[in-house]
Design a binder for this molecule. Structure first.
Ligand code: CO
Ligand code: CO
Ligand code: CO
Length: 313
């Protein structure tokens, strides 16, 4: 079903829907929730919130309000766990300038937490994954490997220092990157989450009708991720991403399997992948660095052919 005011809806396969209210105001609506990926409830609340807000930031919008979604096993866990999760969520919302306006909770065998988020954007300034142009540079703002490392964390195969850096990264909002890309000017953007870098990049290439060349040596990832992938710590979603997106991807054959794994690794609260003119990319990069988004780096470019294909060199 289509409606004239739906700017982005089910047909676009974006994570967020966009509904035009007036000529200069559109609503962005998105929902995300998942099972815990870290042991500490407060940190989990922060990460789930940063993750849920990310789709609004990817579209160049400003998140305004949020509603909690809670599934909680009251017979298995102490209620203090839930309180800590919600406190982590509210603190992250406060950092983002987002107001919690309600929510809904149910008793469930498995703990889950997330948010339904509402934001706004000027309809003509909306950023989607369909606007990349040949010649654009691509900037990625966070390192990859969170799915692989989280899998290893569950098997107690990761040291505390790595866990601290990983959770810090996942709990970081994409607000600064979003605000700066809107100031500099941007053609397309997506956030890197469950489909991994290559899945989301293929979607961007196909929706924009361009090809994308990525330079593997430029792609940022947690140094531990390669070693852990080599030892077999790969989440189930990684293999699914590979099977689904491999037909649209050409990877340099010299690149060992465990390095390719990182590119298909599903990310939690990953960074933004921002497409913009080469001059804009240089300006944005220096402003991101100034603003403390230090992992941001140019990882590739859009080309006219082959359309819809991502090539990793
Ligand atoms: Co989402
Ligand atoms: Co998204
Ligand atoms: Co209710």
């Amino acid at each position: 079903m289509s409606a004239p005011n739906v700017i982005r809806g089910m047909v676009n396969l974006d994570d967020a829907g966009v509904y035009k209210l007036t000529d200069d105001l559109a609503l962005i609506q998105t929902v995300d929730f998942f099972t815990p990926i870290v042991d500490d409830p407060y940190t989990f609340g922060q990460i789930a919130t940063a993750n849920a807000l990310s789709d609004v930031y990817a579209m160049g919008g400003k998140p305004l309000t949020a509603m909690n979604i809670v599934c909680f096993p009251t017979e298995l866990l102490d209620i203090s766990v839930l309180k800590d999760i919600l406190r982590g969520g509210v603190d992250k919302m406060r950092e983002a300038g987002v107001v919690l306006v309600g929510g809904h909770s149910i008793d469930d065998a498995e703990l889950k937490y997330g948010l339904a988020v509402t934001g706004t954007v000027h309809p003509e300034r909306l950023v989607t994954n369909a606007g990349a142009k040949a010649g654009d540079k691509l900037i990625l703002t966070k390192p990859l490997g969170t799915g692989i490392i989280n899998t290893a964390v569950k098997a107690r195969a990761v040291d505390e220092g790595t866990i601290a850096r990983l959770t810090q990264c996942m709990a970081t909002l994409n607000d600064k990157a979003s605000g700066l890309m809107m100031e500099v000017g941007v053609h397309a953007c997506t956030d890197i989450t469950g489909f991994g870098l290559l899945g989301h990049t293929v979607q961007l290439a196909q929706n924009s009708q361009v090809g994308i060349n990525l330079q593997f040596t430029a792609i940022p990832f947690f140094p531990e991720a390669g070693e852990l992938a080599k030892r077999g710590f790969c989440p189930a979603g990684l293999q699914r991403n590979r099977e689904f997106y491999a037909p649209a991807v050409k990877i340099n054959k010299e690149l060992p399997d465990y390095r390719q794994d990182i590119l298909f690794d599903p990310q939690t609260s990953g960074g933004l992948l921002i497409c913009l003119s080469p001059g804009g990319a240089e300006r944005l990069l220096s402003r991101l660095r100034q603003a403390g988004v230090e992992d941001a780096v140019i990882i590739g470019e859009a080309v006219s052919e082959p359309r819809g294909v991502v090539t990793v060199k």
